[in-house]
Design a protein around this ligand. Structure first.
Ligand code: GDP
Length: 532
């Protein structure tokens, strides 16, 4: 086996998807603790707590050094290298999360045992499903009053149309939570009393009927557990292929706060989560073990150094070995990009590594050359697809107080669109630019950054538009192309170009959009666009 194949084979690159407050931060911390990447629980927490309020969020975002450092967390466990890609918690930044999910090979879905599937869990799950990302489920907060395991499992199965297989079965919940039964290993994992971290111990038993179970558990819980194990057997058996295709999720029960059940989860990830697999590019399918390097940029983060407008582009390596000092081809422009000081993200030691492998994420400092969706290669002409843009529903006209600053504003908007902070649209009638966002918070961030980093004061004006669509000819060929031209000319004030000069149309209502779709059968109206 080549070195590249071996290194790729031991990478596990994943993200955690969860509704805010389900316990993503707490779980992240526990995973890093198990991986030896941090010494004390609480290191990630500081960030988690500060994220809570809007004003605090702005502060932390301005202190971008922190978020760069925690965007990717690398740790080693069971001989494997885990790359955990962080996703922002606030739902206004869901686009950022969607893009991050394009760079992972698996996801952990955290569910609050009292709440079950929540809105954001569901949305993020749908994105995973679009890409058939395999999902391992962690039902958290079992040390609190929880819903019945059966009810939770059925809810996952029904609302997400996803097969479930309980890898462990919980013993009680809330104050009665005593631990879990590991079905595959016929082992009791018991919660140690008290509040200690990582408080668990294993007791091997011969099966559900072992009388030791009754001796080990508080009175009556043995029978309840037997009943539970019986119930668990109605779910399908774990099947690796089905999991890898995203059809079936193994479910673990635990308490991130008590450090309980996290090891089960990590062992599950180590055992089942896939190493980097082949990825489709426009020209061909790329295999991770190929010697030539390929990768794509899924995230850009502005640095703190305003003088130099330094930015860090996050590159997910898809194939080959990335060496420090390499020159890579930016396929979109044909430019050669030097990678002199790739940043690696080992939470434990911050040493600069000399190389990266498929599944790894490296930060490449640049002055604005790289943008989201860019493919980098050793010279080959190919583009990875799949970093998505979604049609925004909040559309605002940018108003500039000082017209002398129009050029500066243009540059600022271009750079922030490169970073994926907002989507920028330039109306075909030459009027002021329009920005599209998912939530109000993004607008606040946009205006405060343009003021702070470019010295330009802007405000936003409402528009009558409630939605937009990318417009493309249905078929390649002159006829549908001509239809697109006619469509765009039919109402230039309702049409614009996006950041990549792709045409878009604005609509004041869903009704208007549907009417346009009917009137222009030669055109496609798309709510999602994959950048390239
Ligand atoms: P996030 O928003 O998903 O990152 O959630 P956090 O990790 O910040 O957790 C939200 C709250 O739930 C915090 O107050 C945590 O202390 C608490 N929490 C997280 N996991 C557990 C758990 O297993 N049990 C209990 N009782 N509380 C938890």
């Amino acid at each position: 086996m080549s070195e590249t194949a071996a290194e790729a084979g031991r990478r596990r690159t994943f993200a955690i998807i969860a509704h805010p407050d389900a316990g993503k931060t707490t779980l992240t911390e526990q995973l890093l603790l198990l991986g030896g990447a941090i010494q004390i629980a609480g290191a990630v927490r500081a960030k988690g707590e500060r994220r809570r309020t809007r004003s605090d969020w702005m502060k932390i975002e301005q202190d971008r050094g922190i978020s760069v450092a925690t965007s990717v967390m690398t740790f080693e466990y069971a001989g494997q290298i885990f790359n955990l890609l962080d996703t922002p918690g606030h739902e206004d930044f869901s686009e950022d999360t969607y893009r991050t999910l394009s760079a992972v090979d698996a996801a952990v879905m955290v569910i609050d045992a009292a709440k079950g599937i929540e809105a954001q869990t569901r949305k993020l799950f749908e994105v995973c499903r679009l890409r058939d990302i395999p999902i391992v489920t962690f039902i958290n907060k079992m040390d609190r009053e929880a819903r019945e395991p059966l009810e939770l499992l059925d809810e996952i199965e029904k609302t997400l149309a996803l097969d479930v297989t309980p890898a462990t079965w919980p013993i009680g919940s809330g104050r009665q939570f005593a631990g879990v039964y590991d079905r595959a290993h016929e082992t009791l994992r018991l919660l140690r009393p008290g509040n200690e971290q990582g408080g668990e111990r294993d007791e091997k038993v011969t099966g559900p009927d072992d009388v030791r179970i009754d001796a080990l558990l508080p009175h009556g819980q043995g029978d309840a557990l037997r009943e539970g194990i019986e119930l668990a057997s109605v779910y399908p058996e774990f099947e690796l292929a089905s999991f890898r295709e995203g059809h079936l999720t193994p479910v673990y029960f635990g308490s991130a706060l008590r450090g309980f059940g996290v090891k089960h989860l990590l062992d599950g990830l180590a055992q089942f989560a896939p190493s980097p697999s082949a990825r489709a590019a426009d020209a061909r399918v790329v295999e991770p073990e190929e010697e030539k390097l390929t990768g794509f940029v899924f995230k850009i983060q502005a640095n703190t150094d305003l003088q130099h407008r330094d930015r860090v582009a996050f590159l997910r390596v898809c194939s080959g070995r990335l060496r420090k000092g390499a020159r890579l081809k930016q396929v979109r422009t044909g430019k050669s990009i030097p990678v002199n000081a790739p940043l690696f993200f080992f939470a434990k030691e911050r040493q600069v590594a000399e190389e990266a492998w498929p599944g790894d994420v490296v930060g490449i400092a640049n002055h604005g050359v790289l943008r989201i969706g860019d493919t980098l290669t050793d010279g080959e002409e190919l583009n990875f697809r799949g970093v998505p843009s979604f049609a925004p529903e909040i559309l605002r006209r940018v108003r500039l107080d000082d017209p002398m600053l129009a050029k500066k504003l243009r540059k600022a908007l271009d750079q922030l669109a490169d970073e994926g902070v907002v989507q920028v649209f330039r109306p075909l009638d030459g009027s002021q630019p329009v920005v599209g966002v998912v939530g109000q918070l993004q607008l606040d961030v946009l205006s405060s950054r343009i003021q702070a980093e470019y010295g330009v004061h802007i405000t936003f004006e409402g528009t009558s538009w409630s939605t937009m669509r990318w417009v493309a000819p249905k078929e390649e060929g002159p006829q549908d192309r001509a239809a697109l031209d006619r469509f765009l000319r039919s109402a230039p004030s309702q049409m614009a170009e996006d950041h990549d000069n792709e045409p878009v149309a604005f609509f004041t209502s869903d009704w208007g959009r549907r009417r346009a779709e009917e009137e222009w059968p030669a055109l496609r109206f798309l709510s999602l666009r994959e950048q390239h």
